[in-house]
Design a protein around this ligand. Structure first.
Ligand SMILES: [Mn+2]
Length: 371
């Protein structure tokens, strides 16, 4: 039995203010391409089941383009007569009960099974049961849902668990609303044939478990994500479990560190022959304010002419009575959080951070994508 497990496709994500020749944000297009690469693999491999563990869309109210893209691809997948099981992640779950979840657009597709109602649901087939827990807005509800799950394990069939959360503290994404799977319930993993996880954006086997995996995201949603290995998992489930990570090709990202004291020489020694279309980050270290003035971003961008984007980060030597904030490549949310951390006592910081996270999350939710 073959299962393709993928996740965190974040359709509709856009970044960098670069448009392609059709006037569409280039990074948004990159995410559609990554998704399509996985669809092409599905067509070739013809698995028995397809599972997606959350964050199909980047926002709970995606742009028309993202919705149209998803409907087109899923209409095709639906026609392959392969059951497709999806769960909602934190990005595709509205924070108010009055909003209709976006995954409901698949309600009338005969081969698509979605869990988006903030509760445990099971999807059962001839020889296999999918136990799904989508993102829960109320984290405390998890125990109740896991009790239901545990009592629904079918010992005559294969049992697959699907979750969108962090297992332990290592897989947190620093996002509002994410939740941690309870440690005292990890024993349930051992009763499963395979546990498919979403939320963490890197491919990862979880801890000591041989059957618990994050497939990772299909593209990178942040320049902090330096991984170039993105893809999906091909699970072979016969007498034993076989897990293979399959790469797709994505736009490469490279980061270079340059010493501000030897800027010209270090820049010109970077081999740029294989950097076509890449996103480049250049971190200049050991800068003083005066040295920094001599180095222009323009000069650096000129050097990497074949790249899609060059992000320059300047790191200053701390000088007495002089401070330059490094606000290049940092979001307003991160900047504000750093400010809180610096100027507030710890308790007050924790309190204000959770408030500001919530406000930024609300802002993001009501913010319309560029169509
Ligand atoms: Mn995600």
């Amino acid at each position: 039995m073959k299962i393709i497990h993928f996740s965190d496709t974040h359709l509709g994500f856009n970044d960098l203010d670069i448009l392609n020749s059709d006037g569409i944000n280039q990074r948004e297009v990159d995410f559609y391409k990554a998704f399509d690469d996985i669809v092409q693999s599905i067509i070739k491999i013809k698995p028995d089941y397809i599972i997606h563990t959350g964050d199909l869309f980047h926002r709970s109210s995606p742009s028309n383009r993202a919705i149209a893209f998803a409907l087109d691809k899923f209409a095709y997948l639906n026609s392959l007569n392969i059951p497709i099981i999806l769960i909602a992640g934190n990005h595709s779950t509205p924070r108010t009960v009055t909003s209709k979840p976006i995954l409901s657009i698949f309600d009338n597709f005969s081969n698509i099974y979605c869990a988006y109602s903030s509760k445990y649901e099971t999807f059962e087939f001839d020889n296999i049961v999918f136990h799904t827990i989508p993102h829960l807005n109320e984290e405390s509800g998890i125990y109740n849902e896991l009790d239901k799950l545990e009592s629904s394990i079918n010992k005559y069939k294969k049992n697959i668990m699907m979750l969108h959360c962090s297992v332990g503290a290592s897989y947190l994404m620093s996002e509002f609303g994410e939740f941690v799977y309870p440690k005292d319930k990890e024993y349930i993993f051992e009763k499963m044939d395979y546990v498919a996880l979403g939320h963490w954006h890197g491919f990862s086997k979880v801890g000591k478990y041989e059957n618990v995996f994050y497939s990772g995201s299909s593209e990178r949603t942040s320049l902090n994500d330096k991984r170039n290995n993105k893809g999906y998992i091909l699970v072979n489930l016969n007498n034993s479990l076989e897990v293979n990570f399959k790469h797709i090709s994505i736009r490469p990202f490279y980061s270079f560190e340059i010493d501000g004291n030897d800027f010209e020489k270090e820049l010109s020694s970077i081999d740029k022959s294989n950097l076509n279309g890449a996103i480049i980050q250049v971190v200049i270290n050991n800068l003083t304010a005066l040295k920094s003035i001599d180095i222009s971003n323009h000069q650096i961008k000129e050097y990497f002419t074949n790249c899609l984007q060059v992000v320059v980060k300047r790191e200053f030597i701390k000088e007495e009575d002089f401070k330059v904030d490094d606000i290049q490549a940092i979001s307003l949310k991160e900047y504000f959080t750093e400010f809180l951390e610096e100027y507030c006592a710890k308790d007050e910081y924790e309190r204000l951070k959770s408030k500001s996270d919530e406000l930024f999350a609300k802002y993001e939710e009501s913010y319309d994508d560029i169509n």
